[in-house]
Design a binder for this molecule. Structure first.
Ligand SMILES: C[S@@+](CC[C@H](N)C(=O)[O-])C[C@H]1O[C@@H](n2cnc3c(N)ncnc32)[C@H](O)[C@@H]1O
Length: 308
């Protein structure tokens, strides 16, 4: 018997047969991730798979589980263009948070731009400390100096509720991002443009504060070359570096704090692991009480707190 023109119904159809020919050329999710991993690994990126999946989650607007359980789905042309653009940026060591425009802190999503520091998990220790102080002392008025994306202040405000919160930063871009984060997340906080190193800072800051928090710039310029390119080449200089005096901002805070805090008010600052003791000594010398140093999970000095 010769060949027939009938289609054998038992023959499996390729699901891409009816696709637009443009889309047929695009890789599956698994294939794109494998290729992205290889390229990112070649650039010295520490966790290439996590990064590739993270980029895909953002572009496809799905979670990781969705990607992992549907590895054979093809990505569209539009998705592929964006994924490839993101991959190129990541290969140049741009942080994922700047590529996708968002980072995570204390269980919430914060928008970020290259003009603000990316929120760090270690800063959550300062938030935990502040929440405890606010609750234990029935304190209400909180001020955050160098608020950046607003991640510290907004987290405290949303976790506790009913507070009166203000944040200050010298950077207009930081204030723009912080205000938009506050609005999107539903925090009622005030954002003020203040240079805390300037002579007129005190007049611009609210007085009668119960809890003062700050994660100021504290990296000496001498450490610049030892930083990851993601930090050194992409995060804002003014949020990271302090020139030659690692205590520059803590000196300003120790001058301002006694005039801002109510008697019994408390102060908590994040510190460079190597300078915790010096910051604690500075606060003790300035007349603060109960000066304490707290370590992070890795045992590094991370937070100094004190009472006015
Ligand atoms: C290390 S970042 C901390 C940002 C944010 N609080 C966080 O923890 O992610 C320091 C912040 O201090 C701000 N800053 C630097 N110099 C300042 C100054 N002289 N007065 C006020 N803010 C300043 C920077 O713009 C930056 O947002």
């Amino acid at each position: 018997m010769g060949p027939t023109n009938h289609i054998d119904p038992t023959e499996e159809m390729d699901p891409t047969d009816e696709m637009d020919p443009k889309d047929r050329a695009t890789p599956t999710r698994a294939k794109w991730i494998a290729e992205a991993c290889a390229r990112l690994q070649g650039c010295g990126i520490e966790n290439p798979r996590r990064d590739a999946e993270w980029l895909m989650e953002d572009v496809l607007n799905v979670d990781r589980l969705h990607i992992l359980t549907r590895p054979d789905e093809r990505i569209t042309d539009t998705e592929l263009d964006l994924l490839d653009e993101y991959l190129l940026r990541r290969e140049k060591r741009e942080p994922i948070q700047y590529i996708t425009g968002k980072g995570y802190f204390y269980g919430r999503e914060f928008k970020v731009s290259p003009g603000v520091l990316i929120p760090r998990p270690e800063t959550e220790l300062l938030v935990e400390w502040a929440i405890q102080e606010v609750r234990a002392g029935n304190r209400e008025r909180v001020l955050d100096l160098g608020t950046g994306s607003g991640c510290i202040l907004i987290s405290i405000d949303l976790e506790v509720g009913g507070l009166s919160c203000a944040g200050a930063d010298v950077s207009e871009e930081a204030l723009r991002v912080a205000r938009s984060n506050a609005e999107r997340l539903g925090a009622r906080v005030k954002m003020l443009q203040v240079d805390i190193l300037s002579a007129g800072a005190l007049e611009k800051l609210p007085g009668r504060i119960d809890v003062l928090v700050s994660n100021p710039p504290y990296i000496p310029s001498s450490e610049r070359e030892s930083l990851d390119p993601e930090v050194r080449d992409f995060e804002p200089e003014g949020a990271l570096f302090v020139g030659r005096d690692p205590l520059l901002y803590y000196r300003a805070i120790s001058r301002l704090a006694p005039r801002i805090l109510v008697p019994g008010g408390v102060l908590g600052v994040e510190v460079h692991a190597d300078h915790g003791r010096e910051v604690a000594a500075l606060f003790t010398d300035t007349g603060f009480h109960d000066v304490k140093i707290k370590q992070d999970l890795a045992g590094r000095n991370r937070l100094v707190s004190a009472r006015h």
